[in-house]
Design a protein around this ligand. Structure first.
Ligand code: CUA
Length: 322
């Protein structure tokens, strides 16, 4: 299976394409400058002295080299200035193009950076239709997405290279970033501002899918997961609600209303845990609950020394949160 893409040179959206074009233009221009400099060096070191060899010194031409030097300096300065102006114009044009995305019918997401995970609130004109998830965005292909950026603790930066450029998330401030995926796929976003020991492992999966699939996913996220039916999962729910879990995590439809950690209402529908670190399966989830520090040192979740039977029940419950 191909993993999620994290590659600015394989654009999957209109804005990443603009950024990719700017990159290609810059690379092309710099390559041209490099070749011209190499050609000038070869001429100066190899060809010119050979052409001069054997000719008798002409005393009348002693003033000429100086004129030639000034001419070369003039041309080089003009060419450099022209190159810089071309880069400036391309950059300004790209910046304008990035800001021009029409936002009619946009999906509105409020994304908050935490040490070291992402909280995503899907907003709606009708507040009852808003919902919260974590570390995994679903977006419809071809529809604009307006992301409002916030930070809870320190500065983070949202960067989903296949879709858009970077934007800072600064505590106490609000910024917005618009994007549009034009090709379905799974794209990996990454925090791009050093934000503490687990900065490198603060990933965000973006699932770009056809609009109907997105709407089905959003509808499932809006309603609470059905209450468990089997005895083990029911016991697991008691462990969840009466133990430490509920003081930091929310599960819609239950008394768990904690907001310190990720919303777990539909945990079982996510592909990864730990902000993109591990596949979401029973083994990793059990290890994570028992000793998060061993898997992601510095993470704010405390260890849980649950009796094995309680841990198994808790896992059975979490797996019902589809
Ligand atoms: Cu968050 Cu780096």
């Amino acid at each position: 299976m191909e993993g999620p893409l994290q590659d600015a040179l394989r654009p999957a959206g209109i804005q990443a394409e603009h950024i990719g074009s700017l990159w290609n233009f810059t690379l092309g221009l710099c390559a041209l400058v490099f070749l011209l400099v190499v050609a000038a060096c070869v001429t100066a070191l190899w060809i010119a002295p050979r052409a001069d060899a054997g000719t008798a010194p002409d005393l009348g031409s002693l003033a000429r080299p100086e004129r030639r030097v000034w001419r070369i300096i003039g041309w080089a300065t003009a060419a450099s200035a022209l190159g810089l102006v071309a880069l400036l114009v391309a950059d300004a044009w790209t910046s304008r193009a990035l800001a021009r995305l029409p936002l009619a019918d946009a999906v509105n997401i409020e994304l908050t950076g935490h040490q070291w995970w992402w909280e995503a609130r899907y907003l709606d004109a009708d507040p009852a239709r808003a919902f919260t998830t974590a570390n995994e965005l679903h977006i419809p292909v071809g529809r604009p997405v307006l992301v409002t950026l916030r930070a809870d603790d320190v500065i983070h930066t949202l960067w989903i290279p296949n879709l858009q450029g970077k934007k800072d998330m600064i505590p106490g401030r609000t910024a917005t970033l618009s994007l549009r995926a034009d090709r379905p796929g799974t794209y990996r976003g990454q925090c791009a501002e050093f934000c503490g020991v687990q900065h490198a492992l603060m990933a965000l999966l973006v699932e770009a899918e056809p609009n109907a699939d997105y709407e089905a996913w959003a509808a499932a996220q809006r309603s609470a997961a059905p209450a468990p039916v089997d005895a083990l999962a029911l016991r697991g729910r008691e462990v969840f609600l009466n133990g430490n879990c509920a003081s930091c995590h929310t599960v819609a439809g239950t008394a768990a209303r904690g907001s310190r950690g990720p919303d777990l209402s539909h945990l079982a529908s996510r592909r990864t845990i730990g902000a993109g670190m591990f596949p979401n399966n029973r083994g990793h989830l059990g290890g994570w609950i028992a000793d998060p520090q061993a898997l992601k040192p510095g993470v704010y979740m405390p260890p849980n020394s649950l009796p094995p039977a309680d841990l198994q029940a808790l896992l059975a419950y979490l797996e019902t949160l589809k």
